[in-house]
Structures are given as structure tokens and as C-alpha cells.
Design a protein around this ligand. Structure first.
Ligand code: NAD
Length: 262
């Protein structure tokens, strides 16, 4: 059956907002028990409570800064303590910083790489350990981007991190196979989440163009139809990958972008 996550336990990082929240909701709708992992516990708890009430399923909220090994391990341990296992990780937490390379603040560069790249390493490591220990196998889904396969101006740290994640996902595929663990990268185009909304005025100022031009030319200019990708498009893709029953797709990237990057 396609997209069968019934009875699965899924940790979603950055799940208090945007794509992560949409993925967690979609999994819960299809019978998974979801763990809402985010920086702020009260925001994560509010989302966990909302999903629990809406889909009549067990949820857990954990405060998890994905750059903290201690918090990552504590969140994964709390998941196993409550649900007995972890079947799916969606490594989704992320930020964006817009600046030309020559003006890019080194602290902001390091922070971005820390969240996207080190955060994905730490959460994948902790979840893979449990998947191996419990002999359950599992699915690791990493939120990449069209910037995993192509560059844009003023996003060097993001482009570097998202390209690196593509390599990391392939490494998981190689090492995870013998344990029944598969991995995939989802590469969304532009989705109107808070992360992208914030970028529109920033890109307009950095590029010296209007906000309308940022949307029509920079964000949607390379799509086939001038349309944004939606949270639901990404959530459905994550559901498909999380519920895919064989290892056939492991290591692969799925572009969900209205044609950007093809
Ligand atoms: P968002 O800003 O709506 O949500 C990001 C979430 O990550 C927030 O809840 C935030 O609190 C959390 N977060 C930030 N730093 C964290 C940390 N250190 N530890 C734990 N959580 C942390 O953004 P979004 O658009 O939903 O983005 C989610 C992911 O999708 C990101 O990895 C982003 O790069 C990727 N993505 C988004 C788009 C898009 O168009 N929106 C496109 C391609 C890829």
C-alpha cells in the first residue's frame, strides 16, 4: 500500500511551523504517532496538542535544538521511552540567511551550517542507533531544497549546506541498507512558509528589485507554470517516502518544485 505509516513512530524536527508541521499532520492523519521536535517547547506542545485532538492519535512534544547533541539524544530517548521505537525521522529544521558572500557574517554562516548539516547528522545518528538496536529498520527523510542541486545568488551558506545534505543522504543509504534503513532527500521549490515570506523583502533589498519581481522572477521564474509548491505537496511526498515498503528508492532525491531544476 502506498503511504502506509499506520502504527509508525515519526520524529519531525522543526515541526512547530511550515513544512515540518504539515508533514507531522499528514503522518498523523494516516495513523502515525508523531513527535513534534522544535526549539520552543510551548510552541511544539501546542502543535502536538492540536494534532492529537484533530486526528485522535498519540503525540509527543520535545524541546530540541538540533545543534545540541544532548537535546537531540534526550528527545530521541524520550520518543523511545513513550512509544518503544522510532521508525521515521524527518530532518526538517532549518533557517535561511540572505547576503552576498563578500558580506556574509561568519557567525551566521556557521549557525546555518550547524542547524542544517550538523543537526541532520546528530538526529540521523541518534535515530539510526535506535533503529539498529531495536531491529526495526526505518526511514530517514531529509528536507533538502532545489538548492541541493543548483545555486542562487546571496544564499551561499544555504546552498552549501543543502548540497552537503544530498551527499549525507547517500551515505545513510549505503550504511543503512544492511539494517533496513533507507534515506531520501526531498527537494522543494518555493513554498510560502514563514521562512520564504521573510526572504521576499530581504531579497528585494539585496538584489535592488521589487518584491513582486522577487516572487515572479527569482522564485517562480524557472517553474513551468509560475506556481508556488504547497505544504501539502511536500507532506504528500514525505508520506509516500515514509510508507514506501522496499529499499528501491533509497538514496534518491525527489524534486517537488513545479519544474525548477529539471
Ligand atoms: P519555517 O521557518 O516555517 O520552519 C522552520 C522550523 O525550524 C521552525 O519551527 C523553527 O523553530 C525550527 N528550527 C529552526 N532552528 C532550529 C533548531 N536549531 N532546532 C530545532 N528546530 C529549529 O521554515 P520552512 O519553510 O517550513 O522550512 C523547513 C525546511 O524546509 C528547512 O530545512 C528549509 O530549508 C526547507 N525548505 C523550505 C522551502 C520553502 O520554500 N519554504 C524550500 C526548500 C526547502
Amino acid at each position: 500500500m502506498i503511504g502506509n505509516v499506520k502504527g509508525k513512530v515519526a520524529i519531525v524536527t522543526g515541526a512547530a511551523s511550515g513544512l515540518g508541521k504539515g508533514v507531522a499532520e499528514k503522518f498523523a492523519e494516516h495513523g502515525a504517532q508523531v513527535v513534534i521536535a522544535d526549539l520552543n517547547l510551548s510552541q511544539a506542545q501546542a502543535v502536538a496538542d492540536e494534532i492529537k485532538a484533530k486526528y485522535n492519535t498519540e503525540t509527543l512534544a520535545v524541546a530540541m535544538d538540533v545543534t545540541s547533541e544532548e537535546q537531540v539524544n534526550a528527545g530521541v530517548d524520550a520518543t523511545v521511552a513513550k512509544f518503544g521505537k522510532v521508525d521515521v525521522l524527518v530532518s526538517n529544521a532549518g533557517i535561511q540567511t540572505i547576503a552576498p558572500i563578500v558580506d556574509f557574517d561568519f557567525g551566521k554562516w556557521k549557525k546555518l551550517l550547524d542547524i542544517h548539516l550538523n543537526g541532520t547528522f546528530l538526529t540521523s545518528k541518534a535515530c539510526m542507533q535506535k533503529m539498529i538496536e531495536k531491529k526495526t529498520g526505518g526511514r530517514i527523510i531529509v528536507m533538502g531544497s532545489i538548492h541541493s542541486i543548483e545555486a542562487s545568488k546571496n544564499k551561499s551558506a544555504y546552498v552549501a549546506a543543502k548540497h552537503a545534505l544530498l551527499g549525507f543522504v547517500r551515505s545513510i543509504a549505503k550504511e543503512g541498507a544492511e539494517h533496513g534503513i533507507s534515506s531520501n532527500l526531498i527537494a522543494p521549490g518555493f513554498v510560502l512558509t514563514p521562512l520564504v515570506q521573510k526572504q521576499i523583502p530581504e531579497q528585494a533589498a539585496t538584489l535592488g528589485i521589487s518584491e513582486d519581481e522577487v516572487v515572479k522572477k527569482v522564485m517562480l521564474g524557472d517553474t513551468v507554470d509560475g506556481e508556488f509548491t504547497t505544504v501539502d505537496d511536500i507532506a504528500n511526498t514525505a508520506l509516500f517516502l515514509a510508507g514506501f515498503e522496499t529499499n528501491a528508492l533509497t538514496g534518491q532525491t525527489l524534486l517537488v518544485s513545479h519544474g525548477i531544476g529539471m
